[in-house]
Each structure stands twice: as structure tokens, then as C-alpha cells.
Design a protein around this ligand. Structure first.
Ligand SMILES: NC(=O)c1ccc[n+]([C@@H]2O[C@H](COP(=O)([O-])OP(=O)(O)OC[C@H]3O[C@@H](n4cnc5c(N)ncnc54)[C@H](OP(=O)(O)O)[C@@H]3O)[C@@H](O)[C@H]2O)c1
Length: 309
């Protein structure tokens, strides 16, 4: 019985796609790997397996993967333990990248290392500036960065607390600045090009009830992305944001499981559905890769058209 680590890159990429499309981005096992492999050669089987949980009425394509050239690149991903961050680590690992996975809960990192052998786990609470400096100050050369960790602490505006405000801005904005400084300083010292992707939200540019603090952190993150792009561009470091609609990760489930509440957002989405982790990961990988070599300072919606309405 093989491990994902020992497979050729195309097989690992296929495994990730099948796993992500099935919504099982928490666990990849060797038996599921063996079950998946025979599906690789015929394209129709690949398509039906790869995208089985996506909607064929809005998602065509011929099932051909775009080569992104991420193999061998060292990528740091924050918030790697769950949800979009975890899916991103799995995809990068499958693409042959060397991943530094940063998250707050050790058990999440332990299971992630079992799924993705060879990744570098770092357990730290990014709201703690000094602890983050200790944990990442000597992380070594990093080529690409995904600032994904965030909290969504929802309160009616009139009930917003100092604690929720401080924690939200510490994790969602201040940590992005701190981790990006560490990575960008290293790139500049090496004279190496790089790319940074900040995970923002559709909520950065639209008002959503009880989201005053979350919307504010993401609105600030969009503008931070543009100023970082302005100042880091001359150093050949691109900086972009990805702005998803609701995704049913642990964060999404905590806030959007109530169907009446979910309908208030779904009614504003032309494609009529929420995003999946794989949709967001695809956009992240594209913006990390040289395929987006002329794109910087952008906010890329993965929102089914929410911003268009
Ligand atoms: N899910 C959505 O509907 C949605 C929509 C738009 C944008 N986004 C954005 O997408 C990104 C990922 O969201 P998600 O849905 O995947 O969230 P999630 O399911 O809550 O996962 C977030 C991950 O970040 C980690 N994290 C949170 N605070 C941290 C801290 N202080 N230090 C280190 N790690 C920390 C969490 O670790 P612990 O669990 O151990 O704290 C967890 O592993 C966020 O930026 C979010 O704002 C999400």
C-alpha cells in the first residue's frame, strides 16, 4: 500500500482533486488513493470524479489541469488546520510544492502531516505578535505566501465588544502584515521574486448584517493588498486577494447553516449556490503561480456573481 508522497505528481494532483471534490478535505487515506488511481487515464472518468460535487450547468471545461509550475516552490500557508487553508495545503502538496503549514491547533497539524508527509508544521497563535516572531522569524526561505487564517466573530453593531474587535483585527489584519513582512524581507534579501495571496471575502465590499467587524477587517485587507502590491511590486513580489462567498468550512458552518439566513445571501448570488473549498483553492493556486505573472493588487471574487448584483 503506497502513500501519497511516493506517487508521481499527476497522481497526487488527481488524488487531491477527487478528495476536495468529495468534500473530504480532512482526511486522505491510502485505500482511497488506490481506489482513485484507476480513474486517472480516461478523461470522462476523471471529469466525473474530479468535479462530481460541482454543478455541470455552470461549470464546463474539458477536465485538463493547467500546469502551474509550483513544484519545488516553498509555500507558507496560515490557517492550515481546517477549511480553505487545509485544502490549499493538500493541493500544494499534491502539486509538489514544499509547504510550511501554520495553524493554532496542534491536533489539526498532526493529522495534516499524516496526510501530507514532508510538510513543515508550525503551531502558533497568530494573534500573539511575539510568539509569531519566535515561531516564524527563522522560518527560512519562503517563495510564496497564503495569508488565510482569520476569525469571524459576528455581533450586532450595537453589541460589538472590544475583545471581538481586538482579536478580529489581530488575526485578520495585523498577522497578515507581520507574516508578510517576514516573508517579503526574506525575498528581498535573496533578490528572489515572490507572490502573496491574502484570503479576503465578499464581505469586504458589501454590508452583511452582524458582520460590522468582520466586514471591516476584510475591507482593510483589500486595501492592504493594494498598498502591498504598490510597495512590493518593484521587488518583483505580487500581492493579490481572493474574495470568496460563503464556503461550508467549519467557519461557514458556524455562521450559515440556518437556511433562512443562508437564503438572504443565496438570493444575491446569480449562480444560486455557495462556493466549495476547491473553487477557492483553484483561484489561490492560479494567483500563486507564474500563470498570473501580470496580476497584482487585484481582488478576485469567487462569489458566484455576488459582487455583480
Ligand atoms: N468559510 C467562509 O464562508 C468564508 C467566506 C469568505 C472568506 N473566508 C475566509 O477564508 C479564510 C479561511 O476560512 P475558513 O472558512 O477555512 O475558516 P475555518 O474553517 O475557521 O479555518 C480557519 C483556520 O485558521 C486557523 N486560525 C484561526 N485563527 C488563528 C490564529 N490566531 N492563529 C493561527 N491559526 C488560526 C484555524 O485554527 P483553529 O481552528 O485552531 O483556531 C483554522 O485552522 C479566512 O480568511 C476567511 O475569512 C471564508
Amino acid at each position: 500500500m503506497g502513500t501519497a508522497e511516493n506517487l508521481p505528481r499527476p497522481a497526487r494532483a488527481l488524488l487531491w482533486r477527487i478528495t476536495a471534490a468529495g468534500g473530504n478535505y480532512l482526511n486522505v487515506s491510502a485505500p482511497s488513493l488506490e481506489a482513485a488511481l484507476p480513474l486517472a487515464p480516461p478523461r470522462p472518468a476523471l471529469r466525473s470524479q474530479s468535479f462530481k460535487s460541482r454543478d455541470p450547468s455552470t461549470e464546463g471545461g474539458d477536465g485538463v489541469d493547467m500546469e502551474l509550475g509550483l513544484a519545488g516552490r516553498r509555500v507558507l500557508v496560515t490557517g492550515a488546520g481546517k477549511g480553505i487553508g487545509r485544502g490549499t495545503v493538500q493541493a500544494l502538496h499534491a502539486a509538489g510544492a514544499r509547504v510550511v503549514a501554520v495553524s493554532r491547533t496542534q491536533a489539526d497539524l498532526d493529522s495534516l502531516v499524516r496526510e501530507c508527509p514532508g510538510i513543515d508544521p508550525v503551531c502558533v497563535d497568530l494573534s500573539d505578535w511575539e510568539a509569531t516572531e519566535r515561531a516564524l522569524g527563522s522560518v527560512g526561505p519562503v517563495d510564496l505566501l497564503v495569508n488565510n487564517a482569520a476569525v469571524a466573530l459576528l455581533q450586532p453593531f450595537l453589541d460589538v465588544t472590544k475583545e471581538a474587535f481586538d482579536r478580529s483585527f489581530e488575526v485578520n489584519l495585523r498577522a497578515v502584515i507581520q507574516v508578510s513582512q517576514i516573508v517579503a524581507r526574506g525575498l528581498i534579501a535573496r533578490g528572489a521574486p515572490g507572490a502573496i495571496v491574502n484570503i479576503s471575502s465578499q464581505a469586504s465590499q458589501r454590508a452583511i448584517t452582524n458582520h460590522s467587524i468582520y466586514c471591516s477587517t476584510k475591507g482593510a485587507l483589500d486595501m492592504l493588498t493594494k498598498v502591498m502590491a504598490l510597495e512590493l511590486g518593484p521587488h518583483k513580489i505580487r500581492v493579490n486577494a481572493v474574495n470568496p462567498t460563503v464556503v461550508m468550512t467549519p467557519m461557514g458552518q458556524a455562521n450559515w447553516l440556518d437556511p433562512h439566513k443562508a437564503k438572504t445571501v443565496l438570493d444575491r448570488i446569480p449562480l444560486g449556490k455557495f462556493a466549495e473549498v476547491a473553487h477557492v483553492v483553484d483561484a489561490i493556486l492560479f494567483l500563486l503561480s507564474d500563470r498570473s505573472g501580470m496580476t497584482t493588487g487585484s481582488t478576485v471574487p469567487v462569489d458566484g456573481g455576488f459582487w455583480a448584483t
